[in-house]
Design a protein around this ligand. Structure first.
Ligand code: KIV
Length: 270
């Protein structure tokens, strides 16, 4: 038990304190009331309603089609469940790309309609001016992704590990986001050694996914961690449970019970 696990509510300042005291930050995604409640009660410090919902909830093959309305819908469900964790909503592709005015209006809408604490936008130095404007407007921003940017999949030509040829741009990106006021930065799909250097180069925390143990915190997708989604399981995922098998076995038991008239029993009847 650390002093941070006793905090009743995590706020935007908690994360830099955790980094400076060497306490790793445990974060996960969630998309609905029940899952978010379980994660909050278990003690994760930050919950992200990620645009990964495009794949694990909607069955799209990338995050590109996700809409702002989908993020708001899921975020509202998560908000109702969570008492302690810091809540971050992912801004989907196209919602912060057209103009500063439109980007700020979209982020304001997400914060006002969901009651979330912060937004996440993808990008490095190129997004720093927007991060500054959002922060000045009173909206905490989680920056990144440094490294692999899933919303840029069509430009990058796939989900490729970044940083094999050095770290210069990534450190510059991280510093630009920190200077602009981001409270944390996601580092995704980056060679561990490079991600560690990025983490050492800034005072705000890095939250890694597929970026090794040198990051200040970790994030994974709910369905990957609990073994609910195996269309594709990346190498960086550690499955902590096999819920898919538990549900499939239980479902077969249910089907068999219904067909054999073993369910409902008298105790389930009125
Ligand atoms: O959309 C998402 O879930 C994410 C995290 C995995 C960082 O961006």
């Amino acid at each position: 038990m650390s002093k941070f696990s006793e905090l009743k509510k995590i706020n935007v300042n908690t994360f830099s304190k955790m980094k400076s005291e060497g306490e790793k930050i445990a974060t996960l995604t969630a998309y609905d009331y029940t899952s978010a409640m379980m994660l909050d009660k278990a003690g994760v410090e930050l919950i992200l309603v990620g645009d990964s919902l495009g794949m694990v909830i909607n069955g799209y093959d990338s995050t590109i089609p996700v809409t702002i309305d989908e993020i708001i819908y899921h975020s509202k469900s998560v908000r109702r469940a969570v008492k302690r964790a810091f809540l971050v909503a992912d801004m989907p592709f196209g919602t912060y790309h057209i103009s500063d005015e439109q980007s700020i209006a979209n982020c304001v809408r997400v914060i006002k309609e969901t009651g979330f604490d912060a937004v996440k936008i993808e990008g490095g130095s190129n997004r720093a001016p927007l991060v500054r404007k959002l922060t000045e407007a009173g909206i905490p921003v989680m920056g990144g992704h440094i490294g692999l940017m899933p919303q840029m999949v069509n430009i990058m030509g796939g989900y490729k590990i970044q940083g094999r040829s050095g770290d210069a741009d990534m450190i510059a990106d991280a510093k630009a986001l920190e200077d602009a006021g981001a409270f944390a930065i996601v580092v995704e799909g980056v060679v561990a050694e490079v991600a560690a250097k990025v983490s050492e180069s800034i005072s705000i925390p890095t939250i890694g996914i597929g970026a090794g143990a040198g990051c200040d915190g970790q994030i994974l997708v709910f369905h990957d961690v609990f073994g609910m989604f195996d269309d594709f399981v990346p190498k960086f995922v550690k499955q902590y449970a096999d819920v898919k098998t538990i549900i499939a076995d239980a479902c077969r038991d249910y089907i068999n019970d219904v067909k054999a008239s073993r369910f409902p029993e008298e105790k389930h009847s009125f």
